[in-house]
Design a binder for this molecule. Structure first.
Ligand SMILES: Cc1cc2nc3c(=O)[nH]c(=O)nc-3n(C[C@H](O)[C@H](O)[C@H](O)COP(=O)(O)OP(=O)(O)OC[C@H]3O[C@@H](n4cnc5c(N)ncnc54)[C@H](O)[C@@H]3O)c2cc1C
Length: 453
């Protein structure tokens, strides 16, 4: 029964003071009863903007939720799988408040349906109750496509092309698949076993996978198109080149990029030994880095140093709240000036307080240094989380943008300046989201298929 007064079902989670010292998943997922209860909050509205406007891959959200209300969880899963390769991942890490849940009609007068939590529930239910996807017998159409990178853009493009009958090979620079999902997002938000299962479902579609193979190092676009017989290439190599701090002392031992810090934890299972850590930045990457730092065995104090105020912080509000609950101290209106050190190692971070200027023409308020407000934070590790760029020197003959070096593509077809070469995800847009990279991979797969036909 549809009930407008029914309140949103909160997902259970670990106590903040316990979880801040372990890497187990923070939230523990809905039970069947909770999922049905939450699904019944869907108003079954006529235009379903959650699907048409909010979801870049256009998941059939009202249909899968309807199946959850009936307790038909496997059918709900099969509906999701029509449009997404990664439901367990997206249910956990998508910024739903900006996407499907942001468009939910219920959000106009209260809290939206917890679409992300339901997607996660359905994918987890399938994992617990069904066998791995059996290999599928897809008739090949004779065309070969190479996909560079196995992040959400590459995985989606490869999976969709394989479904259409193309023979697809993914070339991935690292030894594992998943891109940022594997080496960026920490285990406490996205457990590796869940990622692995969804990513490796590509095997069941017959996608060939070559790890430890980098475009620009082990082979070129010419090799793929002219020697190895690929008829088209999709580049989804992400935006993994960290922006550096550029202040005095930033070369000292103990200053590290968030990308390197998180990938050491994720790929090498190495927990950092630092005691007092400052994270510079206010985005989602900064939130992951500060929460991972707090979980280090010797961590005593973790600061987030951010030049603007809480209001301007770009990170997901839930992530900010969870970090605060875990005991991280947020230092707003604070800018880094210099890294201090002894014997080549970090001993402190010199900062100054800032205030915000009046809004400029675009409405943005800039941080302005406050005179005589300098102070020193006692830290032995500084993590830079101030953005990423793209490294596209590997893509010979492909036009890139001035400055940031993102690959330039046609807005509709994702075609690059080089015939037969397509690109999508962060390498085109700069750092964005998992689902937007998936949306790009999906559209590019359709465009590649049209080109080859
Ligand atoms: C720490 C962190 C946390 C994040 N949290 C979230 C979140 O919670 N929710 C969300 O929606 N988004 C989040 N994001 C952003 C999101 O992960 C990215 O937008 C998304 O992964 C981009 O997908 P992609 O496929 O374009 O690139 P990537 O995921 O970066 O994948 C690119 C792949 O290409 C490979 N590669 C690179 N160069 C080469 C080469 N020359 N040859 C072969 N392979 C190559 C890389 O190894 C990688 O596997 C986060 C990002 C970071 C860094």
């Amino acid at each position: 029964m549809i009930n407008m007064t029914r309140s949103k079902t909160k997902m259970p989670e670990q106590d903040p003071q316990i979880r801040n010292k372990n890497f187990d998943e923070v939230t523990t997922g809905y039970t069947e009863e909770m999922a049905i209860h939450e699904a019944m909050r869907c108003l079954k509205c006529r235009k379903h903007p959650c699907m048409t406007e909010g979801c870049p891959v256009h998941n059939h959200i009202p249909d899968f939720i309807a199946k959850v209300t009936e307790g038909e969880f496997e059918e709900a899963y099969q509906i999701l799988k029509q449009t997404t390769t990664l439901p367990a991942v997206c249910g956990r890490v998508c910024p739903q408040y900006l996407q499907c849940e942001g468009s939910c009609v219920r959000a106009k007068k209260g809290k939206p349906v917890a679409i992300g939590a339901l997607e996660r529930f359905v994918a987890d239910w399938h994992r617990h109750h069904k066998d791995k996807d059996a290999p599928r017998d897809i008739k090949l159409n004779g065309y070969k496509v190479a996909v560079i990178g196995s992040g959400p853009a590459g995985i989606t493009c490869a999976g969709d092309l394989a479904d259409m009958g193309y023979e697809v090979t993914i070339f991935e620079r690292e030894d594992i698949l998943g891109g940022v999902l594997a080496y960026g997002i920490p285990e406490f938000r996205l457990p590796k076993e869940i990622l692995e299962l969804e990513v490796y479902s590509l095997n069941s579609k017959g996608v060939h996978i070559e790890t430890g193979k980098a475009l620009g190092k082990d082979f070129t676009l010419d090799d793929l198109l002219e020697k190895q017989g690929f008829h088209a290439v999709f580049i989804g190599n992400g935006a993994g080149k960290p922006t550096k701090l550029g202040i005095p002392g930033a070369e000292l031992e103990g200053v590290v990029s968030a990308a390197d810090y998180l990938s050491k934890i994720n790929l090498e299972n190495t927990l950092p030994e630092s005691r007092k850590i400052a994270i510079i930045g206010g985005g989602n990457v900064a939130m992951d880095a500060c929460r991972a730092a707090m979980r280090g065995p010797k961590a005593e104090k973790v600061y987030v140093v951010y030049r603007r105020s809480l209001l301007e912080m770009p990170a997901d509000p839930t992530e900010i709240q969870e970090a605060m609950d875990e005991g991280i101290e947020f230092m707003y209106l604070t800018g880094p000036l210099e890294v201090l050190g002894e014997n080549g190692k970090v001993t402190g971070l010199k900062c100054q307080k800032m205030f915000l200027s009046d809004p400029d023409e675009s409405g943005r308020r800039s941080p302005v240094p406050l005179k005589d407000s300098e102070f020193v934070l006692d830290v032995d590790c500084i993590i830079e989380a101030i953005g990423n760029g793209s490294d596209n020197a590997c893509a010979d003959g492909v036009k890139t943008s001035e400055g940031k070096g993102y690959i330039t593509v046609d807005d509709d077809t994702f075609a690059t300046s080089r015939k037969g070469v397509y690109a999508g995800g962060d390498t085109v847009t700069g750092p964005k989201t998992v689902i937007s990279a998936m949306g790009a991979g999906k559209k590019a797969a359709i465009a590649i298929s049209e080109y080859l036909k």
